[in-house]
Design a protein around this ligand. Structure first.
Ligand SMILES: Nc1ncnc2c1ncn2[C@@H]1O[C@H](COP(=O)(O)OP(=O)(O)O)[C@@H](O)[C@H]1O
Ligand SMILES: O=C(O)C1=C[C@@H](OP(=O)(O)O)[C@@H](O)[C@H](O)C1
Ligand SMILES: [Mg+2]
Length: 314
């Protein structure tokens, strides 16, 4: 059990992985940008307040520039800071290519593209959501407890996404994160979501509260399931965590009251992208359940046609 390695993962993700930033790459980008601008090293050194020798070092990948040096260089080259980083600071090559293309559009064209993308997002979902419902929110939101009861009411399976991840890894999620880091967690979570979509056309799914840290996956989930944010005040979250004894793994288990409020603030814009915001604060559990079931029914009463059943689905 405890020797479970990351490579035991059942379904490795096909997407390109994060690109590690190395001084060599930054140096090469810097050199290419300088040459493109036509500036001599001496000139760039003067404009950016660095020395010619230091620039030569950086360009050969030997220096380790501070943030202020990078900012000065990007300003002298009239680039954004991100453009000095491998992939322009993006996570993968396809995204970097798109961002690069978008960056050079006029503001008008960017506006038109944004409107089109939003429209795409608003209209595609209902064709791929089937009858899946995801519950998201901070720890103690009620994802597991309300989720299980909601699934029973609807007569559909309840899926705890974290349990799928733990089964695939062979140990608890805290160990997975500790041994292999968040990138590994995200790969397992992506595999788990693919699994759920393949095997469950109808289900209530409790989603780990930290899923918003993987924007690609979160985007995909929002379009392949009906989505509910189980909201509560920071005080309620804390009270529920304390009532449970605070033994669960993960970020949410370690955080203090003030941090919990900050985490909630930081995640709220992402959680708010769900279709239904359901506030459980001040509600008794049974009342939460009744109202949640009613409101979820409304969200799912979308008249748009569902696609035909795909093979392997229930
Ligand atoms: N109105 C309410 N809605 C949801 N949960 C509530 C409510 N009032 C009390 N609780 C309690 O809060 C806890 C929520 O925990 P849990 O379902 O494990 O949350 P999560 O899975 O989101 O971390 C449960 O013990 C539940 O009984
Ligand atoms: O909020 C978080 O950062 C986390 C919540 C946990 O899931 P639950 O929300 O199901 O407790 C777990 O995925 C992970 O440890 C991180
Ligand atoms: Mg839970």
């Amino acid at each position: 059990m405890h020797h479970a390695l990351e490579i035991r993962m059942k379904k490795p993700d096909a997407r390109p992985t994060t690109c590690p930033v190395s001084e060599g790459e930054v140096g090469a980008i810097l050199r290419a940008a300088r040459l493109k601008s036509g500036m001599a090293r001496k000139q760039l050194a003067q404009t950016s307040g660095t020395s010619e020798r230091y620039l030569a070092l950086l360009e050969s990948g030997e220096g380790n520039p501070t943030l202020s040096v990078l900012i000065a260089l990007s300003q002298a080259l009239d680039l954004s800071l991100a453009e000095l980083l491998p992939l322009g600071g993006e996570r993968d090559a396809p995204t970097a290519t798109l961002v690069g293309l978008v960056r050079h559009l006029s503001f008008d064209r960017q506006g038109a593209l944004e409107a089109w993308l939003r429209e795409e997002r608003a209209t595609t979902p209902a064709t791929t959501r089937d009858r899946r419902v995801i519950l998201i929110g901070l720890r103690g939101a009620g994802k597991s407890s309300l989720g299980k009861r909601l699934a029973d009411l609807r007569g559909v399976p309840f899926v705890e996404m974290t349990s799928l991840v733990e089964d695939a890894y062979g140990d608890d999620i805290g160990q997975l994160i500790e041994r292999n880091g968040y990138a590994a967690l995200h790969r397992y979570e992506r595999a788990a979501w693919q699994d759920i979509c393949r095997t469950h056309r109808a289900a209530v799914i409790a989603v780990p509260g930290g899923i918003v840290a993987d924007p690609d996956l979160y985007d995909e989930m929002l379009t392949t399931a009906y989505s509910v944010w189980l909201k509560a005040s920071a005080d309620d979250h804390m009270a529920r965590v304390i009532a449970e004894g605070g033994v669960r793994a993960g970020a949410a288990a370690r955080i203090a009251r003030d941090d919990l409020e900050s985490v909630l603030d930081a995640r709220s814009p992402d959680y708010a992208r769900t279709q239904l915001h359901f506030d459980t604060s001040g509600l008794a559990f049974d009342m939460s359940l009744t109202r949640l079931a009613e409101q979820v029914d409304k969200v799912m009463a979308d008249p748009r046609p569902q696609p035909p059943l795909r093979s392997g689905q229930e």
